[in-house]
Design a protein around this ligand. Structure first.
Ligand code: SF4
Length: 124
């Protein structure tokens, strides 16, 4: 995936999340992530702090964030309500809304089967 496509997909995911739109495959993807050992919970401040701490490495590897060290494994708390992937570093409620985005471990493949031509958008 090119850098431009990745940026476009990230923006699309955030916009769909912010406006409450999701696709048929979104709930299955999120369920898969909830069960995965590579998911983590972070506050926005913690995530921005991690990005800042790894700033140069993040910029150099923007299309391959999987190459950077994992995000810390943390449990959901009152202050940590955002679900991220420790491997790809993505905000999962946004990423899971974009058909082109992939799980770095291929765990979404089964959920996506049959949805290839389905671009229907459901209410949140
Ligand atoms: S995107 Fe894949 S590897 Fe990351 S948390 Fe979800 S299921 Fe796990």
């Amino acid at each position: 995936m090119s850098c431009c496509n990745k940026v476009k997909n990230i923006v699309t995911g955030y916009v769909k999340y912010a406006t409450g739109r999701k696709s048929k495959f979104t709930p299955d993807r999120i369920r898969t992530c909830h069960k995965c050992n590579e998911q983590t919970w972070m506050s926005t401040v913690e995530y921005v702090s991690w990005l800042t701490k790894n700033g140069i490495k993040v910029l150099k590897n923007f299309t391959e964030l999987e190459k950077l060290s994992k995000l810390p494994k943390q449990e959901q708390t009152k202050g940590r309500r955002n679900l991220y992937c420790r491997l790809c570093k993505c905000f999962l409620p946004g990423k899971a809304r974009v058909e082109d985005m992939k799980c770095p471990l291929g765990k979404w493949q089964r959920e996506n089967k049959g949805d290839k031509n389905d671009s229907s958008i459901l209410d949140k």
